[in-house]
Design a protein around this ligand. Sequence first.
Ligand SMILES: O=C(CO)COP(=O)(O)O
Length: 141
Amino acid sequence: MTMNIALIAHDRKKDEIVNFVTAYETVFAHHKLFATGTTGTRIMEKTQLSVHRFMSGPLGGDQQIGAMVATNEMDLIIFLRDPLMAQPHEPDIIALLRLCDVQGIPCATNIATAEILVKALDRGDFAWRELVHKYKPGVDE
Ligand SMILES: O=C(CO)COP(=O)(O)O
């Protein structure tokens, strides 16, 4: 079952997300990947994965991903935030995390949680999302 996965990282976390996605590239290859602009570019530069890129975070990318969460079209989010650096688009970041809680979407904000979620994804723990996909034509293309 193909899941829609969002990958997002703030600047000082970009190396970390690239290394992480590279390590689990064979798992991610089975899914449909989305990212904010720069994160997506960085991942595509270093892997063979194809990533649908939204706007850069400060220009609205978090909100674009949030729109997919709002309509329950996103199955998993890995969002490596920088907890030590203020972001100009902090309200957008909070809004995205809030929507994950509204819809009950698994969202990892650090690498330890991301690792657990990706392992769960690989062993089929996200199969319940199939029920959601059934009612969302076009999500699982
Ligand atoms: O700012 C971001 C998420 O809040 C990430 O955006 P970029 O991937 O474009 O750097």
